[in-house]
Design a protein around this ligand. Structure first.
Ligand code: ZN
Length: 375
């Protein structure tokens, strides 16, 4: 007996869901989210209790305009204490952990259905927005085999599966050797050359090149650099994006439009990739709303900073209805087009962690959550 296909799975089958009409996109998204809301309400007692405390019922969602009413869970709830499973524990194939300091890591349980959807969503997004989906990929990160439970490994793995040849250059036992990276990139036959990883390691490679003059000679017009994981150095300083771009242009001779950053979090089953204008595009599978840190039920106007709420219907094993403690701002509403010509909401380049007063909003939210769930 085969189960009828979910609406979200049909949505994932569309090769370029950015290019369907806005009306159709909203229709698909709303229907997918209604399905997800019904599933988690029925199978997740913790989330159902949160809904009950807010007098929310799945039937409250009748249209796209109602999606803002879905009760959300802070990403901090994934850092411990809460059982967020919407499927039997035996169905969990992988528990992904975020890269952060120990004790402060999210643990996100995924079943086979969620893993497959996550892969398709990443694949469609990378194909749409990366500079290139062919050639050689030099990843400045440990291989997924070495760190398969790290959420970021999923992204690297999917990106590498799309090219002809790739290597991972951060060895857990041997550290990072920039001379080996240059030597290997100069010896491969595949084009274009793609370089990826954490901004700090890409910068370390760039500085090595500028200091030694040992340059990469195989960069072509269509070569690209993609980074992810944030621009904070280990000492806590935030690297300015313009400084980062200029360093990369000097060291690699790469076009600025081909320097792209990715924003995501371990709780999401997709990623926001930059276009050539450095805006981060929200995948059509997510509903995004930006909230006032002082009042999480209040949406801020387009252009203003706030905490992002993502409604992610791809999550099957846990409710993908989350609020993150990052500060972002939407550049355009979902009905406008980006300078690159693609429709749908985009985030401005800068994403940072919530601090001080902004952070209090997330803290209050978790306290409230704990309160409701332990009653
Ligand atoms: Zn764009």
């Amino acid at each position: 007996m085969t189960k009828p296909k979910s609406i979200i799975d049909e949505f994932l089958e569309i090769e370029d869901p950015w290019m369907i009409s806005e009306e159709k996109r909203k229709e698909f998204l709303t229907a997918s989210i209604i399905e997800a809301v019904e599933h988690h309400y029925k199978n997740n007692p913790v989330w159902r209790r949160l809904c009950d405390s807010k007098n929310f019922k799945p039937t409250d969602i009748q249209s796209y305009e109602d999606l803002n009413r879905i009760p959300v869970i802070s990403t901090r709830a994934f850092k411990g204490g809460f059982n967020l499973l919407s499927v039997p524990e035996k169905d969990i194939v992988k528990v992904h952990v975020s890269s952060g300091t120990s004790g402060n890591r999210s643990r996100v349980p995924r079943d086979r259905i969620t893993l497959e959807r996550q892969k398709k969503s990443l694949f469609n997004t990378i194909k749409k927005f990366r500079v290139s989906d062919a050639g050689y990929f030099a990843m400045m990160s440990p291989s997924p085999e070495e760190i398969s439970d790290l959420a970021i490994a999923n992204y690297s793995r999917t990106a590498c599966e799309m090219v002809q040849n790739f290597d991972f250059f951060l060895k857990l036992d041997g550290g990072f050797q920039p001379d080996k990276v240059v030597e290997k990139i100069n010896s491969v036959k595949e084009r274009p050359i793609n370089i990826g990883g954490a901004p700090m390691l890409i910068m370390a490679l760039a500085k090595y090149i500028l200091e030694t003059g040992n340059r990469i000679t195989t960069i072509t017009e269509d070569s690209g650099i993609s980074s992810g994981g944030g621009f904070k150095s280990p000492s806590g300083d935030v690297v300015d994006r313009k400084t980062y771009n200029n360093l990369l242009i000097q060291a690699f001779g790469i076009k600025e439009e081909n320097i792209r950053d990715v924003y995501s979090m371990s709780e999401l089953n997709g990623a926001m990739l930059e276009c050539e204008h450095h805006y981060k595009h929200v995948p059509p599978y997510f509903y995004l709303s930006i909230r006032n840190p002082a009042n999480l039920d209040e949406e801020v106007p387009v252009g203003e900073e706030g905490l992002p709420v993502f409604i992610d219907p791809l999550a099957h094993s846990y409710p993908g209805f989350i609020i993150a403690d990052d500060i972002v701002s939407m550049q355009r509403s979902s009905s406008e087009k980006c300078s690159c010509g693609q429709p749908g909401p985009v985030l401005k380049t800068n994403v940072r962690r919530a601090e001080g007063a902004e952070e209090k909003g997330c803290g209050r939210h978790v306290a409230e959550l704990k309160d409701q769930l332990t009653k």
